[in-house]
Design a protein around this ligand. Structure first.
Ligand code: 3AM
Length: 184
């Protein structure tokens, strides 16, 4: 039997945007505010899948390939701090309908495949800091990044030598009536 992988679906951020966000974070948060997520790991999770066998991964990929919907533009214009999860995040005040639809579809497919899905509503966000203490001041929203989203990605999460690394495994194009997926 093959080993399982820890997987999730997400929206990838282009490297220049990851660097821009990291610069903005360095300007606005003190080093002790929390544990910064590495630039290359900045992403927007659509559906967390947990530990998945190769067989289940194939089934999830086949379902993902059946998603047909147009792309959308995400406006990152909001930031906040969730005290319970101790996460400082970047997000959007008006999530585009396409984003909510995509996440809802992937979460439903994951649930049908037996992947536990948190019943909490989907709150689209990019985690910037983990283990953020109570007193972290969130900068006023004086920023806006526009991210055209034309694909979604299946990531593997690997924790090794004290670090988490997210590796794209497969990606699917949005706004395309011909179904396709690219192995990365
Ligand atoms: O997008 P963020 O950083 O909030 O927190 C983990 C990360 O989300 C989340 O999956 C994303 C990629 O690791 N995650 C990890 N374990 C989870 C779990 N048991 C989880 N989400 C839900 N349930």
């Amino acid at each position: 039997m093959s080993e399982s992988k820890r997987l999730f679906f997400a929206i990838e951020l282009p490297a220049p945007m990851q660097r821009q966000i990291v610069r903005w974070r360095a300007e606005h948060f003190l080093a002790q505010a929390g544990r910064p997520v590495a630039a290359a790991n900045l992403h927007l999770t659509l559906a967390f899948l947990g530990d998945v066998s190769a067989e289940k991964q194939r089934a999830l990929a086949a379902m993902a390939a059946r998603i047909t919907q147009p792309g959308f533009t995400l406006h990152l214009d909001d930031a906040g701090h969730w005290l319970r999860s101790r996460v400082v995040w970047l997000g959007t005040r008006q999530p585009p309908r396409g984003l909510l639809q995509l996440a809802s579809m992937l979460r439903a497919q994951a649930a049908r495949s037996g992947c536990y899905q948190n019943p909490q509503p989907f709150h689209p966000h990019i985690t910037l800091l983990r283990n953020a203490g109570q007193g972290v001041a969130i900068p006023p929203p004086g920023f806006l990044w526009a991210l055209p989203v034309n694909e979604f990605v299946l990531y593997e999460s690997v924790f090794a030598r004290g670090r988490t690394r997210y590796t794209p495994l497969q990606r699917w194009t949005l706004g395309n009536t011909e179904r396709n997926s690219d192995e990365v």
